[in-house]
Design a protein around this ligand. Structure first.
Ligand SMILES: Nc1ncnc2c1ncn2[C@@H]1O[C@H](COP(=O)(O)OP(=O)(O)OP(=O)(O)O)[C@@H](O)[C@H]1O
Ligand SMILES: [Mg+2]
Length: 244
């Protein structure tokens, strides 16, 4: 369980997020929705305190299973909270090394151990069959959808408890988008998953819970069915009507 309490965060003095309080449950996908500029990415960047590296600030509290993120070492926090960003990221070395370098650094696995674990993770994200004959080829040659699954694989290699994806499909076509969605539904059993997206359809397909942000405040939060069937906020109602 992740609990956010009275969170104010932003980049200069003026906060972008204003008094945000919410919860994220293990085994569920929570979608953070809202229009462009509403603060979705800002919220996402608080969980592993990466917003501070962007010159931003955080006030308020975020607890992961009851533990304050400000009391953890940043390096430990960033293993627990893994973020996949919008643009698929493949480092300019082999497909295998894109995952194994983290296994070596964080887990101290032997070469053989790294390969075995990397293959397991590639299988988990549904990429292994597509790349099994070219694990030593440059990862930069992969397609966008494959690179995004590789990004997710890399995130999983540090054994996070919280997996956050910020608009992971906005650069992808429908087929690749559906592949990522299927993967997230498969993964949710073992993780807390948060997905920031302005794609209402995506939230409707895969989210369990919804948090809707507007100008840095939560204006609606509900289970998925309740959110789509019976929205209470006027702005949310308009957004949903436009979707139909
Ligand atoms: N690094 C930054 N420095 C200063 N201001 C920023 C920075 N990043 C975002 N902002 C501002 O914070 C506000 C919220 O931006 P944010 O990126 O969180 O929105 P978003 O909901 O993710 O939007 P989108 O749907 O376009 O991704 C915006 O007004 C934006 O200009
Ligand atoms: Mg964003």
């Amino acid at each position: 369980m992740i609990e956010v309490k009275n969170l104010f965060a932003g980049y200069k003095k003026e906060p972008v997020l204003r008094d945000v309080s919410c919860r994220f449950e293990k085994g569920k996908i929570t979608a953070i929705l809202g229009q462009s500029g509403s603060g979705k990415s800002t919220l996402v960047k608080c969980f592993n305190r990466i917003i501070e590296d962007d010159g931003g600030f955080i006030n308020g509290s975020i607890l992961i299973d009851g533990e304050d993120i400000f009391k953890k070492k940043k390096e430990e926090l960033r293993k627990e909270v893994s973020i996949v960003f919008q643009d698929p990221l493949a480092f300019p070395f082999s497909i295998l090394k894109n995952i194994s370098f983290l296994l070596e650094y964080h887990k101290g696995l032997s070469k053989e151990g790294q390969r075995k674990r990397a293959v397991e993770i590639l299988e988990l994200v549904g990429l292994y069959d597509e790349v099994s004959d070219r694990l030593d080829d440059k990862a930069t040659k992969l397609s966008g959808g494959q690179k995004q699954r590789l990004s997710i694989a890399r995130s999983l290699s540090v054994d996070p408890s919280l997996l956050i994806l910020d608009e992971p499909c906005s650069a992808l076509d429908l087929k690749n988008t559906l592949a990522i969605e299927e993967l997230l539904v498969k993964l949710k059993e073992n993780y807390t998953i948060i997905i920031a997206t302005h794609n209402l359809g995506q939230a409707k397909r895969i989210a369990d819970n919804i948090i809707y942000l507007d100008e840095g405040r939560i204006i609606e939060t509900a289970g998925k069915d309740e959110f789509f069937k019976n929205p209470k906020n006027e702005l949310v109602k308009i957004q949903l009507e436009m979707m139909e």
